[in-house]
Design a protein around this ligand. Structure first.
Ligand code: SPV
Ligand code: MG
Length: 431
């Protein structure tokens, strides 16, 4: 009897899955792989049903002989173990980012004469609806809010990119690359105060207030599913912060990061070039504690950002604050630096990790941008935020285009640098 293998990462069985099983039984004994949670999130599919329940769901399907767990999006482990004669899959993996997975399976099978069976993908309104619901369910606050905490447990490092609009949110949501035979994508988004302010033509001094920031947040929430960390600046008055925590939590944000500064906030990367004052440990701890007290769920995170290195107060001050903020209830810490080298960041992380192996650490490598994700993992960092790169990519491109049109008294010369008009009008899908 030949064996046929297929891998599912779905929470709901629809006609497309049944069609695969119906085809598979024609070739032999059917083994279904249930893709693990860790592997599913590489596809931006965040299971809403636990793995054990998914296994039960697949086992109950007529024609399925056995269900195994597939721990990786690549099939090496299962193919080595099961040596299936056939791997069966919808033919949608013949194009786009999934093609690399298919090619890899093909090379593994060809070593011993196994074969891929491509089943025409089932395009029906019912299948499209289930697929869409599964994807979009993740945007609901109850799923999205807890996803950051889940990712911290599941990923070696959680990779966050800034978004300051619906469009940049979509780029953060949808950009996928092939990397060493694997698919890679961002885990979530950072709603930067700098980029949100810049997009409105305003300076990054808390002038764009929380109510306006929540409008941007809502624009992003409307069109994405990934978790969001909001840059909460100083958190403002404690009496206001508690309301904002409730609102952000209700909207489905995963975390707010507040920095231990007070008075007129200036951007950290200006450092000591401008007057900036750090809050006292007591005041800031009280703000953190009040925020935690105001929270209604266990999902939302308040992350305390330490500005001691930015303000040249030294490593000892940074560490002292780290322990105090953690004791006050902070769910994580962010340590910031404007040095070109990551030395002081590494020193902080190494010292902190000697005392505390669990509290999540976040860094923003804008200035020390040569640091790699691998190095950050080695020093115990859990979240890396690429805080402003999309905005910094857009501004020079727009300036160049404006100059080209002015110089040439027409738009033709600028056109070669632009997205074709036909593509921009189709960029955003209609419902
Ligand atoms: C932001 O992106 O607004 C930040 C990070 O707070 S930084 O600009 O480095 O201060
Ligand atoms: Mg900011």
């Amino acid at each position: 009897m030949k064996t046929v293998y297929t891998c599912f990462s779905t929470d709901v069985i629809h006609a497309g899955h049944l069609n695969i099983i119906n085809e598979a039984v024609k070739y032999g004994r059917v083994i279904v792989g249930a893709l693990s949670d860790e592997a599913s999130i590489r596809y931006n599919r965040f299971p809403t049903v636990p793995l054990e329940k998914r296994i039960e769901l697949y086992k109950a399907l007529a024609g399925v002989s056995e269900v195994v767990v597939q721990n990786d999006i690549l099939y090496d482990g299962v193919i080595e173990k099961l040596h299936p004669d056939y791997v069966i899959h919808g033919d949608n993996w013949n194009k786009g980012p999934m093609l690399v997975i298919r090619s890899h399976v093909d090379s593994l099978l060809s070593r011993y004469g196994g074969r891929i069976i491509d089943v025409p993908y089932t395009y029906s309104p019912q299948v499209a609806k289930v697929d869409k619901q599964l994807r979009e369910r993740q945007s609901m606050p109850e799923y999205r809010r807890k996803r950051l905490r889940q990712l911290i447990k599941m990923r070696p490092i959680v990779k966050i990119i800034e978004a300051h609009s619906g469009l940049t949110g979509l780029i953060a949501e949808k950009t996928v690359v092939e990397d060493n035979g694997l698919l890679d994508q961002f885990d979530g988004m950072w709603l930067s105060s700098l980029c949100d302010s810049t997009d409105r033509g305003k300076p990054d001094i808390e002038l764009v207030d929380m109510t306006s920031r929540m409008r941007t947040l809502n624009d992003i929430l409307e069109v994405t599913t990934k978790p969001i960390i909001i840059d909460g600046d100083t958190g403002g008055l404690t009496e206001h912060f508690v309301y904002n925590v409730r609102t952000l939590e209700r909207m489905g944000a995963g975390a707010v990061i507040i920095e231990d500064k007070t008075g007129l906030k200036r951007n950290s990367l200006l450092g000591t070039e401008v007057a900036q004052s750090q809050d006292t440990i007591e005041n800031f701890c009280a703000k953190i504690a009040a925020g935690k007290e105001a929270q209604l769920t266990d999902d939302f995170m308040i992350i305390a950002r330490i500005e001691s290195l930015i303000l040249e107060r030294g490593l000892d001050d940074a560490l002292k604050r780290a322990y105090a903020f953690r004791e006050a209830g902070a769910d994580g810490l962010m340590i910031h630096s404007r040095k070109k080298e990551p030395t002081e960041i590494f020193q902080f992380c190494d010292s902190f990790r000697k005392q505390d192996q669990h509290t999540p650490l976040t860094v923003v490598p804008t200035s020390f941008n040569a640091v790699t994700e691998k190095e950050l993992i080695e020093h115990g960092v859990n979240i890396v935020i690429y805080a402003n790169q999309l905005m910094r990519a857009a501004v020079p491109a727009m300036q160049r285009t404006a100059e080209e049109i002015l110089k040439n008294h027409r738009a033709l010369e600028a056109d070669s640098q632009l997205m074709p008009f036909k593509e921009i009008i189709r960029l955003i899908d209609e419902l």
